[in-house]
Design a protein. Structure first.
Length: 187
């Protein structure tokens, strides 16, 4: 009888502990960001985070270091399909820029900084082409992506459910072992 009361009292706590990993991993696993690339004086951005609302995917803006808001940048409408949306700017002068993508729902898909060193002509030898580098900063709405390190992948709900069940089983087993050690005469 005592064991059934103990399980009845600790059941909701154990269920919450088992559901916690799935709840925490859900939004971050489904979120996707943006990918910015440069070729010469052309900057392009690709994302798969936006959904089409009223015939529009959203907008992307190219901001210089002196521009503080999305409205001040060079804005381009996103075009694409449900798989990916993209935008591009041509004739971009050398400098440091920030690309921001805002979906038609009003959410920010992400932002990324990019450095354009200059334009490359097809006749320029590879050894004399300017260096183009990019640095990224995660969008604030995505939260912390610690520990993913390039292995970010959207696992389905079945995989997350199995992982949550394993974590829950580990929590239950740990609780049982600790209780058993503190009072060996009880189950």
């Amino acid at each position: 009888m005592l064991n059934s009361r103990l399980l009845f009292r600790s059941g909701p706590i154990l269920a919450a502990a088992a559901a916690l990993p799935a709840a925490l991993a859900g939004p971050s696993a489904a979120a996707s960001g943006i990918s910015v690339s440069t070729t010469g004086s052309t900057v392009s951005v690709v994302t798969s985070a936006c959904a089409q609302i009223n015939g529009s995917w959203g907008t992307a803006a190219l901001l210089t270091s002196r521009q503080a808001s999305f409205a001040q940048g060079r804005q381009v409408t996103l075009a694409g399909t449900t798989v990916s949306q993209s935008a591009a700017w041509t004739g971009v002068a050398p400098g440091t820029y920030t690309v921001v993508v805002v979906c038609s729902s009003g959410t920010t898909a992400g932002s990324q900084s990019v450095i354009v060193s200059g334009s490359t002509a097809p006749t320029t030898p590879a050894s004399k082409r300017p260096t183009i580098s990019a640095t990224s900063s995660p969008a604030p709405s995505r939260g912390v992506m610690g520990g993913l390190g390039g292995a970010a992948r959207d696992y389905g709900p079945l995989t997350l459910g199995v992982g949550a069940a394993l974590v829950g089983a580990g929590v239950v087993a740990t609780g049982w072992v600790l209780r058993r050690r503190s009072k060996p005469y009880r189950l």
